[in-house]
Design a binder for this molecule. Structure first.
Ligand code: ZN
Ligand code: ZN
Length: 136
């Protein structure tokens, strides 16, 4: 599929053509804090297929799994752009919130669903895992 997106201020954008390999809503505490919502919506593509242009700032942390996670955001407007997970180094997870057409995002699963706040419940019909998902 052809996808494109950009941050709130437009300094960072991405575009390319690739099929998503993993689409997930993550309700972990870190994703909640960085998404400014109850979960982060992430659409994963093979690394390198969707070039990101513009300067991003990266934040490095350890996931509950113990693995390193990198989250990139626009240093100007703060929009989250993508994340990388050491468990899946061949993938880049773009934030579905920055898609030009957010309707392209079709979540396959919800993870850390046990942490979903009452005001952002897990969608009906999406397989939900209480904690960490099985590795794709
Ligand atoms: Zn920006
Ligand atoms: Zn998460």
């Amino acid at each position: 599929m052809r996808i494109s997106g950009e941050c709130l201020c437009g300094a960072v954008h991405y575009a390319g053509e690739a099929d998503p390999v993993f689409q997930v809503k993550c309700y972990c505490t870190d994703c909640r804090k960085t998404s400014a919502a109850g979960h982060a919506a992430m659409i994963g593509f093979p690394a390198g297929t969707i070039p990101v242009t513009g300067d991003v700032k990266e934040f490095h942390s350890k996931a509950d799994s113990g693995l390193a996670v990198t989250r990139a955001f626009c240093p100007c407007c703060g929009s989250g752009i993508y994340s990388r997970n050491a468990a899946m180094p061949h993938l880049i997870f773009l934030r579905a919130s920055t898609l030009d057409d957010p309707g392209l995002f079709a979540p396959q699963m919800a993870v850390y669903a046990s942490r979903a706040p009452a005001w952002d419940p897990v969608s009906e019909g999406v397989p939900a895992f209480a904690e960490s998902p099985p590795r794709p």
